[in-house]
Design a protein around this ligand. Sequence first.
Ligand code: 4NP
Length: 143
Amino acid sequence: MKVLFVCLGNICRSPSAEGVFRALTACETDSAGTAGWHVGKPPYGPMLDAAKQRGYDFSDLRARQFVKQDFVDFDLIIGMDESNVSDIENLRPNGNQTPVRLLTDYAPEAGMDHVPDPYYTRDFSGALDLIEVCANGLVADIG
Ligand code: 4NP
């Protein structure tokens, strides 16, 4: 199973989702941004610091932009908000059926329909709380 996490900049939410999820599973993982602003950069420093405080290190990740080929290369694509999902869907190749879901779909008990962007809210710990609950739900769903 190959799972791709997607957000806007690929420096806060999707690398965090990848970092938390890969600690829980043997699935192949990657992350990408719908925008190309931060291509080649590591995750955002304050995000890495908050994650390190709870035992995750994903400082090895580097930002890249989501591309059409990702629909072919991955079995499941997971966006952080509806805007990500819409930007992803705009690149879907004709006839491709790869599922695109919201991360929050995997934790309905959290009562959230998106992962708030800590780049703007500055609540890095709150984002990680939600991502952890959702990542556990994802593991329960796909193993
Ligand atoms: P992300 O957060 O989509 O969770 O990586 C953002 C990071 C950077 C920017 C926007 C969102 N930016 O405008 O540079």
